[in-house]
Design a protein around this ligand. Sequence first.
Ligand code: NDP
Length: 257
Amino acid sequence: MDNIVMITGATSGIGKATTLQFAELGYNLIICGRRTERLTELQDQLTTAHNISVHCLTFDVRSASQIQSALKSLPQEWSEISILINNAGLAMGLAEFHESDLEHWDTMIDTNVKGLLTVSREVSPQMVANKAGHIINVCSTAGHEVYPKGHVYCATKHAVDAITQGMRLDLHKYNIRVSQVSPAHVEDTEFAAVRFEGNKEKAKIYEDFNPLKSQDVAELIVFIATRPPHVNIQDILVMGTQQANSTHIDRSGRVHD
Ligand code: NDP
């Protein structure tokens, strides 16, 4: 099968919005996440609406053995992945360094860094063998600057930025493009709910300004993926108009709604 896009974290937010846009363009999709029910619902929705094939893979990116057996389980016709979107990721907690939770640190490092590494390590040999492929990592403005109480989340996204560059140095000679997108605040995701572990009051961080939407980021990912073969976009750093950087946000009310 041609034009296969594998998307991690397809069950929600940016990953789901990206999945919907690739489906509209007719790509065949491998959608991944831990919540199988959401994946199968999405599979049904997409195969009904579009003339594409969709395969679901349930795995936790923190587990190398789950990633390996999920990829091994792919039927032969799904084995040549053209585009890998490394999107699965999360922030946990927002506390000063000396008061932070060690488990939060482990979860962020294991998901955002080791998960992205392992998935890419498993998928890239087939791209090298085919001398074709594109890996797009979802980084963050947190991969370019550090904000108060953001120490470890920002460290994981700085690691993503370094990994993107490192992959590109090693893989460009095999005709593999490696790109990333670095968004600031994106609403209509579960990011804040996850970060604050379901505390709805704390998760209300988008009410007084107008941030990016998942669809905005998805459009950029699709743009990166659809450039002519000789063009590799290295990074797109993007923020809502009311946001100048991680710490300067015009919170005077939602403009542009
Ligand atoms: P969501 O919480 O809405 O989506 C996160 C996705 O990651 C879910 O589909 C979730 O799937 C998946 N995921 C999380 N942990 C794991 C895991 N251990 N194994 C497998 N899948 C996992 O948040 P966003 O859409 O906002 O996040 C997507 C990416 O965007 C992340 O990398 C995030 O860091 C980045 N980002 C987000 C910003 C924002 O403001 N929202 C800003 C900048 C970057 P499931 O739970 O089913 O496993």
